[in-house]
Design a protein around this ligand. Structure first.
Ligand code: HEC
Length: 136
């Protein structure tokens, strides 16, 4: 039997197919993460890279489970993932970047009886945290 395609050519083709199958989805996942981080920066004016330290310093991590933050496994409040898809914040405020920042700084301004305390986080720091939460 004589094939038009030699064995090395077939093997090379198979290798290329496998590489594309692996690299395609990986690159797409990476670029969609980049995109949602860019969008979150634009929406909030904050820097998500500062958020991890703030989420620990102000006790957020002790009360909330937060994706991507080691040790943030609190169960007092709701998990803070997929926040961008929510319609309301704290069940009372329309989900906008400004409302999210204000909720993080002063939840009682929206919801006087909420169990979430004002932690002393500044509005600028809350923007960094909001950027992180919208990106994750
Ligand atoms: C003492 C525990 C506690 C701490 C500390 C705390 N939270 Fe909360 N948080 C809560 C509770 C409880 C709720 C639910 C409040 C409600 O619905 O009235 C909540 C709600 C929220 C919500 C709204 C979530 C939703 O699903 O709508 C966000 C966002 C949030 N917290 C962010 C933070 C951030 C950021 C910090 C740190 C600056 C923080 N929280 C600190 C207890 C806490």
């Amino acid at each position: 039997m004589s094939s038009m395609l030699s064995r090395p050519v077939l093997i090379s083709a198979a290798v290329v197919i496998v590489l594309v199958a692996i690299a395609g989805p990986t690159t797409m996942a990476w670029s969609s993460r980049q995109q949602s981080e860019r969008a979150a920066r634009a929406m909030t004016g904050g820097d998500p890279d500062h958020a991890a330290a703030l989420l620990r310093r102000y006790g957020c991590a002790g009360c909330h489970t937060i994706a991507g933050i080691t040790g943030a496994d609190g169960q007092v409040g709701p998990p803070l993932s997929g926040l961008r898809q929510r319609v309301y914040i704290g069940g009372v405020a329309n989900n906008s970047a400004d409302n999210l920042v204000q909720w993080i700084v002063a939840p009682q301004s929206f919801s006087p009886r909420t169990a979430m305390p004002a932690t002393g986080i500044t509005p600028a720091e809350a923007r960094d945290v909001a950027a992180y939460l919208y990106a994750h």
